[in-house]
Ligand binder design. Structure first.
Ligand code: LLP
Length: 433
């Protein structure tokens, strides 16, 4: 049973189903029928709802504004890796978003989308010299430093350029996020961040570096977290370190708690974003007012999935129906190169037929044309389908197109944005040439 079948379900305080619903037995995105889009633009096709995207961003931004005071500020930095389409970056930039990036390429996208590079924070364990130079040229807000070697490299490059680099340490708070091992990042055994115990000495070293300005502290413990308890635990650890640094007269300006809350793919019920943020700001406000009255502190967030994930779907067409020893396959024209999540994480994406049929149902594995047994999009789904039918793979707005490849020399899909009942082509289909 998928929650998508119940139009009244409230997800993350928002009716997600509100943007993806049936009209005259045809699935639509904000009222635009998907069969029409398939006819005009072909399949596989990513389709996003601008209304959903902005609503999801405002779930963060509105609560942040609510808690803002003269000396408690905040910035929601959309995590570009979840969906880096230029139109999407542009929309979020206009909404006031900052951006969390992990490569020079993502910085160039933010700039190409007309957004402000001074609202960019740069995470990642392997920043190259040229990426650091590019970021300094564009005066980004902050580097989230993940090792001492990186810190020294940033100091050296900033010196060459006659600049001062703003840095924050990504500390590893050793908190179990209770999520998929591939997307859990805050444990000791992960490659990410600076070990908690080494951070204090590292900050002292950084504070002495002439071309480094220590501005913040951050962490990112994992993705697709449904409960906020591990995040609040991580925040306690950051606050603790902040206090220890203050005693050594290292005064930080911001705290960044990393990625956002998880989303509903099937029937998961994530904590409401407003409740999560209310708890975060409750903690921060009480702590800051008691210990640092008059000092300014900024809270930063790096959500990706919860903004883009349930703002988009992947539309695909059934090519063949096939039965091999009792097993039914629906072979579709989308594949693991378009949406890698099922192959890589065995993750669930709800599959909805674009046209509702009343005919007999069967249980299918939905698979792509790629020459790998791992090329599947969904397994054991009971559907009533025929050859040439269109299927919508839901919750594909995050880590879908962004993780796509040209494997098997397949061109990447086109992307469409629905805005006020109109469809805009926001990225052309790739042609083999
Ligand atoms: N900040 C940092 C430093 C991150 O590494 C990530 C995600 C985020 C923010 C955004 O997290 P979110 O709000 O989206 O949970 N490909 C995987 C997800 C990988 C997440 C990597 N880091 C998937 O498809 O589930």
């Amino acid at each position: 049973h998928s929650s998508w079948q119940f139009a009244d379900i409230t997800l993350n305080n928002m009716k997600t189903a509100q943007h993806f619903f049936y009209q005259n037995d045809t699935l639509t995105v904000d009222g635009v029928p998907l069969d029409k889009l398939a006819m005009q633009y072909g399949t596989p096709l990513y389709v996003y709802s601008k209304a959903a995207l902005t609503e999801h961003f405002r779930q963060y931004a509105d609560v942040c504004k609510q808690f803002e005071t003269d000396d408690i500020r905040s910035l929601v930095c959309y995590s570009v890796k979840s969906n880096s389409n230029l139109a999407i970056l542009n929309i979020l930039g206009r909404e006031g978003a900052g951006f969390d990036i992990v490569s020079g390429g993502e910085l160039l996208r933010v700039i190409a989308a007309g957004c402000d590079s001074r609202k960019v924070i740069f995470s990642g364990v392997g920043k190259t010299a040229s990426e650091i130079r590019l970021a300094l040229e564009h005066d980004i807000l902050c580097f989230n430093v993940e090792s001492f070697a990186e810190l020294r490299r940033i100091n050296r490059i900033a010196a060459e350029m006659g600049k001062k680099a703003r840095v924050s340490f990504r500390v590893n708070p050793n908190v179990d996020p209770k999520t998929h091992p591939y997307i859990s990042t805050g444990l000791k055994e992960n490659k990410f961040g600076i070990p908690y115990e080494e951070a204090l000495a590292g900050y002292e070293e950084a504070a002495r570096m002439p071309h480094i300005e220590v501005t913040g502290i951050d962490c990112h413990i994992g993705s697709q977290l449904l409960d906020d308890a591990p995040l609040l635990e991580a925040l306690d650890k950051l606050i603790d370190l902040f206090d220890q640094l203050a005693q050594k007269e290292i005064e930080l300006k911001h705290i960044d708690i990393g990625g956002g809350i998880g989303i509903t793919y099937d029937n998961e019920i994530p904590v409401a974003i407003s409740d999560y943020l209310t708890r975060i700001f409750g903690k921060i406000t009480a702590w800051k007012n008691a210990k640092y009255p008059g000092q300014s502190i900024s809270m930063m967030f790096e959500p990706g999935r919860s903004i883009s994930g349930n703002a988009g779907l992947l539309l695909t067409q059934v090519q063949y129906l096939k039965t091999n020893s009792d097993k039914n396959f629906a072979i579709v024209d989308a594949a693991m190169n378009d949406l890698m999540r099922p192959s890589l994480y065995e993750s669930w994406h709800t599959v909805l037929p674009v046209a509702k049929r009343q005919t007999e149902t069967k249980t299918y594995d939905i698979v792509g044309p790629i020459c790998e047994s791992g090329d599947w999009l969904a397994r054991q789904r009971t559907l009533s389908i025929e050859t040439d039918d269109l299927l919508a793979i839901m919750s594909a707005g995050a880590y879908g197109m962004a993780m796509s490849s040209n494997y098997n020399t397949r061109g990447r899909a086109a992307e469409i944005l629905i805005d006020d009942k109109k469809a805009y082509l926001i990225r052309k289909r790739e042609r083999p040439e």
